[in-house]
Design a protein around this ligand. Structure first.
Ligand code: DGP
Length: 114
């Protein structure tokens, strides 16, 4: 997508602090971190939001989730714990229309979330 912020980051057109670059996914530090560690994991292929996933996207989503969990491990978050969040839609807090998993760690998280 030409005007998608995260597609531009994936294409190297906008700088980001990249922590993972694989065949199908990219992870980079959030510009406005909500925890001491806050990383976004995105598919390189443009998918606007969770609700747009189709049945044949299951392997892609499984791969994304698996890479998020491995990244949490590699960034040393296992012991402290971490939270994975996907906001779907404006009311849920989605502001960038390219599917992304938030990986947050380094402070206590409350439930229910705000
Ligand atoms: P969400 O609100 O769930 O759509 O999350 C979007 C996140 O993207 C938000 O936490 C801030 C982050 N963000 C927005 N613009 C940029 C940017 O240009 N670079 C980086 N690294 N993160 C961004």
């Amino acid at each position: 997508m030409n005007d998608c912020l995260f597609c531009k980051i994936a294409a190297g057109q906008i700088p980001a602090e990249i922590v993972l670059d694989s065949r199908d996914a990219l992870a980079f530090r959030d510009l406005d971190p909500q925890a001491p560690q806050h990383v976004l994991i995105i598919p390189k292929r443009h998918i606007s939001r969770l609700a747009d996933l189709r049945g044949d996207d299951a392997p892609a989503v499984g791969s994304l989730m698996t890479q998020a969990v491995k990244l949490a491990h590699d960034l040393g978050m296992d012991e402290a714990g971490y939270r994975l969040v996907i906001n779907n839609g404006e009311t849920a807090g989605q502001s960038v229309w390219h599917l992304h998993i938030h990986l947050l760690s380094g402070r206590p998280f409350h439930w229910p979330p705000g």
